[in-house]
Structure formats: C-alpha cells, structure tokens
Design a protein around this ligand. Sequence first.
Ligand code: LLP
Length: 440
Amino acid sequence: MGDDRRVTAQGEPPPSDVFRARDGVLHAEGVDLRAIAREVGSPTWVYSAARVDAAYRAIERAMRAITDRDVLIAYAVKANGNLAVLRRLAALGCGADIVSGGELLRARAAGIPPERIVFSGVGKRREELALALTEGIRAIHVESEPELRVLGEEATRLGVEAPVVLRVNPNVDAGTHPYIATGLHDTKFGLEVDAARALVPGIVRHPHLALHGLSCHIGSQLDSPAPLEEAVTLLGRFAGECRALGAPLASLDVGGGWPLAYGHEDAPYPPAEAFAAAIRRGLEASGTTDLDLVTEPGRALVGDAAVLLARVIYVKHQGGRRFVIVDAGISELIRPALYGAFHAIAPVEPHAGERTPADVVGPICESGDFFAHERLLPPLAEGDLIALFGAGAYGREMSSTYNARPLAAEVMVEGDAWRVVRRRQTVEELWALEQGGRTP
Ligand code: LLP
C-alpha cells in the first residue's frame, strides 16, 4: 500500500521465483511474455499458477503450526475472483470470504463448497442473506443489530438455523492506509464489543439463530503482528464470555491483512509465521485456545501472482517531464490513483541506456490516470512492452470500462503452458445491455 511511511520514489520488483528474466526477457514461469502479448494483445493480466499455490501453502503451513484445531483459509474473493484463480485455490482446499451474493455464486461456480464459505460485509441485502442460508454456507458475519434481525426473519421463513458469527470491531489501530483500515470504531465495519455482547442473549434464545463464532478484520497490509495479537486477545476473551452466556461458540476468524511486498518497502514485512505466532499468543493470553481458526487473506494469495502487461503507445516530453503513455490505465489498475499505491514497473525486453525519471501514464482523460511519477526507467519507445508488478490483487476486480475501454484479457501460466482465462471484452459488449444498441 502506498502509505507515506513506507513509500520511496523508486523500487525494484520484489524477487520472484516465477516472474524472472531469461536471456534478459521477462518470463512468467516458462513463458515469454512477448508471446502472450503477441497472441492476446494488451493490456493483459498474466497469472502464475505456481505462485498462487506457493502463497496458499505458506499461509496454510503457518496457521497449521499454531493449532491442532481445524484451520480454514477463506480467500477474500474481492481480491481476484477470476474462476481460474478460484478453482486453483479450491483444489488446494481453500475456502472463500465473500461480500455479496455475486461473490457467493462465483465461489460456488468455481467449486468452492458451501461449508468453506464465510460472508462478510456491512450491507448484505435480505435476498443475499436468504441465498446464503439456502446455499448452506459456513458462516454469516453479522455486522449490525438490524442485519441480525433480518437474518433471523429469513432463517425463520426458510425454516433453517443461521450460522451466526459476530464481526467485532476491536478498535485496534492496524497502522495502515486509512482507506484499508477497518478495525477502528470510527469505521463502518463490525460491532463494538459492547454492542456485540448485547446481541448474544437474543441469539442464544432465537430458535433459528446459532452463534458459531466471532470474527474481525482490522485492515490490510499489516506491517506488524502486534495489532493482530491485540485483536485476537480481545476476541478470545469475548469468546469466553459468549460461551458463559450459553453460546456453543467454536470458531474464531482473524480476518485478512497478511501483507504483500510491492517492492518499495524500506524493510521487509514480517513473515507469515510471525503473524501466526501473534494469533497464537492472542489466543493464549485470552485463555481460549480451543477454537477452530479461520483467516481471510486476499492480496497475500494472489497479489504477486500476476503482472499487468501493457504496451507503450507514445513517448512525449512536456513541462520538463518524460511521459510514457501506455495502453493500460486506471480502468485496469486504479490503485496508484486511489491510494498512492506503488507498483514496480519494468520493461519486458532488455534495455540498455541510462535510467531517467519517467511518468508512466494511461490514455484516460484524467490527470489521475497514472502508474508512476518520476520513476527511474530506461529509455522506452513506442511498441515496447512493460510489466506492472503486484497486479494480481484488486486489479481486475476494481476495473471499469471508463472511456469505453473493454475489460482486459487474463491469462494463466502453468509451467511452459498458458491459456486465456478471460477473453478480452469486445467493444460491442459494452453496449449490449443498452436499449437500441446495434452493431455498427
Ligand atoms: N476480509 C475482509 C472482511 C476484508 O474486508 C478484506 C479486504 C480482506 C479480508 C482481505 O484483505 P487483504 O488480505 O487483501 O489485505 N482495494 C484495496 C483493498 C481493500 C480491502 C478491503 N477488504 C487495495 O487495493 O489495496
């Protein structure tokens, strides 16, 4: 994330086992990125299957090491819901953290079983709650008193028992960018502990509600495990209270926030083991270690599993700056514009020549349509391919068709093979839902 404490103007792509130069040319696993661009054009996201697998295994290993109880890695689908990505994770045993009925159906379409799906979000509509109940998902994370009421009504109407997890807002400062901090009381997320406590007796009494657990998500890009330990301690203590009130509470969901290195950090993030150890310490401090554990990593599973390929359209010099204008823009990757986020950039082919400052910008009619300001890059010319790193999370998901730009293609690489996992949208498809639209 581009929070000011960590941002430096420059940054190399973080070392990667899968996105590496071979004979000077950037490859994804065994595939030359130029070949992909030749066949499917640009902009295009290129995913590495091996990287998704490795990222999942690292978090799973760290979590399993701290408990003998059941562990569920519920991938935050909002980071990247491409079906090929979801299927890859599903095959490893991964579940899903969803925030809408759409994500629920997407996760199901990818073969993620309902008992591995948890549902977060402050604004779940009645019909979305009903869908979750009919699908029989593992947990519905309740974030307000009115939501609990509607959930109770729907469970009663459907004659089922709703698996309630109270999402607690622990009022812990995750020390992260304000747009991705979610664990403070002045955000819209979760329930303050007192408010959550007040709901417990009603849930225990309700014939169609059952309190299965507690959850929290204090924010993304945690740069220290300490806030997580604090949050888990608080939740663990509250879990004990809930049990004393008669709730058969069995699980604790610690949320996402596992950090991803984008390449500009002053110091490396602590490893997954350090975050897992903090969770363990929190459980021990609260005296509640007999809980199944859930965690909801998003970007840590997919963020560095993709590059966004773009081609230089023009280079122009103006106002003392070198503008490298590429064919991707905020329509594909809005993170720099929205959060000042850093994404490393490198040419796909080897470039001799001095690195000088460049503004890498898109074709969209907004001054905010940029990927980098004054980034040191080698000489670049029309037709050159560049790669934007760390583009796997919150890239395609936050895409738009602004300026009538069709959604970009996506490709999955596996060893020396690759396949298109989302074809490029056609321009005609942009108006296919509009009355009177006709193909010129
Ligand atoms: N669980 C919940 C309830 C969440 O709200 C989120 C992210 C996650 C898990 C996953 O967080 P992660 O592990 O990916 O940090 N668009 C922003 C990020 C917004 C995150 C929203 N919630 C970005 O591009 O940085």
